[in-house]
Design a protein around this ligand. Structure first.
Ligand code: C2E
Ligand code: MG
Ligand code: MG
Length: 632
């Protein structure tokens, strides 16, 4: 119970009521008594001294009581004003017995109005200032109609009042009794705006993600449970687990500030793809979860997923960076794939793992067989350790073709893992694991050696004396201290002349540590091999490094080539890259050329060298040998 109220009951209310009684009853009583005495004794000459002194005593007693009450009233007024709370004291007939300045300030009511005793008028003014006025009016009515409501029942109506201007007050109401008799009511109002807002903020933080303002994991779980309660058997409900492919790369290379902005933009874009009743939450890091209620058939899901993938296609412009990032999505359906929230989330996550395993940038529905594969990434990591020893890696080769002469000028070495149980695993799946575990170093050295040896063999046995080989370098490898000496060693062992080896690095790899990159690239250049920038246009947008680093070629990323249609944005970018390469005297290679249309357009744009399925898929060493022989 509010301590102020207890003080008020003892110090203020009871004396106030006593003063009231005294003012009306005692004066009347004394006055009547004197009158009666005077009437009886007016003609009595022998007015006795004792009677006069008795009267005198009565009068001075009355004056003393009056002074005491005045004093006590003054103290009570001071007590009322000493609290920060707003106080209003009413008797049973709603007559105002007391109030303090805070009461007038908080409710914006004039002293005149309160003193006028027009309780109804200031009730109307007060109700206009607060939210849910009807609710509070019903409480006042309830209180007025039933003065027998017990104290604890009255306490129940202690309320938080929200003012329309945003202030929040706790209202306390306490009935007053004198013995058995109910004599009035004390209202007090305490400003709790700051505390409530702080509490709301804390509550918000426990349920929402600060960066994206999306519901967090806790709120998502509870929303999912509510949605599941509502779901019926006529409709499915889908739970999606979305993860951003290679987000870490962006975060690591461009910094967390850019990474954060990207997450905000991604959240916003996904939200725009969803229907009004759908929910998206940030699960953590670069993972988002989505609830799609009322899914009537698989087409509904396809439609939404395709909308999400299309939304990512435009890329994200942050400061001067144009970032391309794709999502991977795993989906579980209620009731087929789980009847409770936990199972659905677990199975959507398992489906997502499957997507990652199959090269990312797609969506996949859960199916029961996936469960056993959910731990595949873990299994992969374990079996990756033995893969090299067990000779499970293969190098595939994809030709680069001179579009004017049709000549095969280079073969790009592309790593494959032939897992004994899981089959062919694409590099996008296992290279990140190999990077994390450090296994990438021995694996890459093996790739380099195998590719150089193979190229040397082709040069000699198939009579391709100027055939080159391109090998991809990973981030970790590029930070390796002995990279240059390792490359030299491999060239020595395989007897390949350095000018027939090209190393491909991505922009992100090159920009990780600019000084170190410049130093390494200069040393590699000195050896005599060539360097190309792979996936050009998707990573770092600063172009200044191009003239600083000893680079020989730009490989236009296949995302630009894929959507190449005359006159659109991608064409403009491709045209610009080709012009840039020519201007800097660099060779330019278009990756992922699949159609005649792309081929013709690239020719018009004066892109000489091309690589893609139109010419050949990546081939095993045997197939590539056959292809080269046939070509000859
Ligand atoms: P990348 O170096 O940009 O290689 C080109 C990728 O595009 C290859 O995928 C290739 O199979 C694919 N591709 C080629 N032509 C076409 C086409 O016409 N259409 C389409 N849709 N795709 C085409 P792959 O082999 O899955 O390799 C993916 C990435 O993995 C490579 O991208 C490269 O960054 C990395 N990678 C591959 N091998 C190695 C390696 O030995 N070491 C390192 N560090 N990374 C490697
Ligand atoms: Mg490459
Ligand atoms: Mg590439």
């Amino acid at each position: 119970m509010n301590i102020v109220i207890i003080e008020l009951i003892t110090c203020v209310v009871i004396p106030l009521i006593a003063l009231h009684i005294f003012k009306f009853i005692v004066p009347k009583f004394s006055h009547n008594k004197i009158q009666k005495y005077q009437n009886n004794n007016i003609y009595k000459a022998d007015s006795s001294n004792s009677l006069a002194s008795k009267l005198q005593r009565e009068i001075s007693e009355r004056q003393r009581i009056e002074t005491e009450l005045e004093k006590s009233l003054f103290l009570q007024k001071a007590t009322l004003e000493s609290t920060k709370d707003a106080i209003l004291i009413l008797d049973n007939l709603d007559t105002v017995l007391g109030f303090n300045q805070n009461f007038l300030d908080i409710w914006g009511i004039s002293e005149l109005l309160v003193k006028s005793g027009n309780y109804k008028k200031f009730l109307i003014i007060a109700l206009k200032k607060i939210e849910r006025p009807r609710h509070y009016l019903s409480i006042f009515i309830k209180l007025n109609q039933n003065t027998d409501i017990q104290l604890n029942e009255i306490n129940e109506i202690n309320e938080t009042i929200l003012f329309k201007d945003g202030r929040i007050f706790n209202a306390y109401c306490q009935r007053q009794q004198l013995g058995e008799k109910k004599i009035g009511i004390v209202w007090s109002f305490r400003d709790v705006t700051v505390e409530k807002l702080a509490l709301n903020t804390i509550q918000y933080h426990t349920l929402y993600d600060l960066l994206t303002n999306l519901p967090n994991r806790v709120l998502f779980n509870s929303l999912l449970m509510t949605s599941l309660e509502k779901a019926d058997h006529n409709y499915n409900l889908a739970v999606c687990f979305l993860d951003l492919d290679r987000f870490k790369k962006i975060n690591d290379s461009l910094g967390h500030a850019i990474g954060d902005q990207l997450l905000q933009m991604v959240a916003q874009r996904i939200r725009q793809c969803l229907r009004p009743g759908d929910t998206i939450a940030r699960w953590g890091g670069d993972e988002f979860t989505i609830i799609l209620p009322e899914i009537s058939n698989s087409e509904d899901i396809t439609l939404i997923q395709e909308r999400i993938f299309a939304a990512f296609k435009q890329g994200f412009k942050i400061d001067n960076h144009h970032l391309n990032i794709s999502p991977s999505i795993g989906i579980a359906l209620y009731p087929q794939h789980g009847k409770d929230a936990e199972t659905l989330i677990k199975n959507a996550d398992a489906a997502l793992s499957r997507v990652k395993l199959q090269g990312r940038n797609q969506y996949k529905l859960y199916h029961p067989a996936i469960n056993s594969q959910a731990t595949e990434l873990f299994i992969l990591e374990n079996s990756l350790h033995q893969a090299l020893e067990r000779q499970e890696f293969k190098v595939y080769y994809q030709p680069q073709v001179n579009s004017s002469t049709g000549e095969i000028t280079k073969m790009e070495a592309l790593l494959r893992w032939e897992h004994p149980e899981l089959g062919l695993i694409p590099p996008a799946t296992f290279i990140p694991i190999a990077e994390e575990t450090g296994l990438i170093l021995p694996i890459s050295e093996w790739v380099l050696k195998t590719a150089c040896l193979q190229n040397k063999t082709w040069q000699e046995t198939l009579n391709f004396p100027s055939l080159s080989v391109a090998v991809n370098l990973s981030t970790r490898q590029f930070q390796q201290l002995n990279l240059v000496s390792m490359v030299q060693q491999v060239l020595l062992e395989t007897n390949l002349e350095p000018q027939y080896l090209e190393l491909e690095i991505t922009e992100t790899v090159a920009m990780q540590d600019v000084e170190l990159s410049r130093k390494i690239l200069k040393e590699l250049d000195k050896i005599g091999l060539t360097i190309s920038i792979d996936d050009f246009g998707t990573g770092y947008s600063s172009l200044s490094y191009l003239k600083d680093f000893p680079i020989h070629a730009l490989k236009i990323d296949q995302s630009f080539v894929r959507d190449l249609v005359n006159g659109d944005n991608q064409t403009a970018i491709t045209t610009a890259i080709i012009a840039l390469a020519h201007g800097l005297n660099l060779a330019v290679v278009a990756e992922g050329v699949e159609t005649e249309e792309q081929f013709n357009l690239l020719r018009i744009l004066e892109c000489e060298v091309m690589q893609g399925y139109l010419f050949s898929h990546p081939l095993s060493a045997e197939e590539a040998t056959r292809m080269l022989r046939a070509y000859k």
